[in-house]
Design a protein around this ligand. Structure first.
Ligand SMILES: [Zn+2]
Ligand SMILES: [Zn+2]
Length: 270
């Protein structure tokens, strides 16, 4: 069975060279920003203790939500070239407050160290900053070597995204049967096109009535169409097409993660 990382690599391998280089550049700038923040946190005792304190103050669901937002931002990068024909609207950004970004980056670093180097965290948390700084510098020196090519950028990025995906799934927030019970994003709904019905006998599957020829109806990106009066209430409750379950963007973080993850995995399987 393909692992998640392999599936995402397979999806990215379907991109054209310009798309891949655009993706690498966008991810690189994301990673640079993250490295910059982590270095700032690790080099300042005050910022480090504030960030650790913030992390301690968060409940498990709040931490899960932070990781989910972080994962969503990675997925938006990774799927930027996989959206269906129609350009969907620019959705509200996943920008997180700097304090939250610092916290999630520190949390991920701690998780990674706990996994590969658990004894490093056996000291008291007051010593963590020094220990983490050393490990972080070693990692940075390795990365800044000659091997800093697109593979060495993309693979760790995808692995982090996969780890976040598994974590969020284990917390029971994603990876369910995807019954689509989240509302479609209003921004996506507003941008849906109105098309004129051509021909007779076309039925709206929601109300089972014929869509009269010449009338304006709503067309979803999957090309299924419905009366506006029928589809709007539907999309306030669900983000999927009533005929084929094609998912529209949603403002629900977990619903959107599910949608983008499925786009990536599907691309990897074609
Ligand atoms: Zn209808
Ligand atoms: Zn459809």
């Amino acid at each position: 069975m393909m692992t998640e990382t392999t599936a995402i690599m397979a999806a990215l391998s379907t991109l054209s060279p310009p798309q891949l280089s655009d993706l690498t550049l966008s991810i690189l700038s994301d990673i640079r920003h993250h490295h910059h923040r982590l270095s700032a946190v690790l080099s300042s005792p005050i910022l480090f203790s504030l960030t650790l304190h913030h992390l301690y103050s968060l409940s498990l669901p709040q931490k899960t939500f932070l990781i989910a937002r972080h994962l969503l931002s990675a997925l938006r990068h990774l799927t930027r070239h996989f959206h269906p024909k129609q350009p969907l609207p620019a959705l509200p950004s996943t920008a997180v407050k700097q304090r939250d970004l610092d916290a999630v980056l520190l949390l991920l670093l701690l998780c990674e160290i706990r996994q590969h180097n658990p004894e490093a965290l056996e000291t008291s948390p007051t010593k963590w900053r020094e220990t983490l700084s050393e490990l972080w510098c070693d990692a940075m020196l390795t990365l800044s070597g000659i091997g800093f090519c697109s593979g060495s950028v993309l693979i760790p990025y995808i692995e982090t995204a996969t780890r976040c995906w598994k974590f969020v799934g284990e917390m029971g927030c994603c990876g369910g049967d995807g019954d689509g019970k989240v509302a479609a994003s209003p921004a996506a709904v507003v941008s849906l096109p109105s098309v004129e019905v051509r021909g007779r006998g076309v039925e709206c599957v929601i109300c089972k009535e014929e869509m009269r020829e010449g009338r304006d109806v709503c067309e979803l990106p999957c090309e299924h169409s419905f009366h506006w009066m029928c589809i709007l209430p539907w999309l306030r409750k669900r983000n999927t097409c009533p005929c084929c379950r094609f998912p529209l963007p949603t403002d629900d973080v977990f619903g959107e993660i599910q949608r983008l993850w499925e786009i990536l995995v599907k691309m990897g399987c074609t």
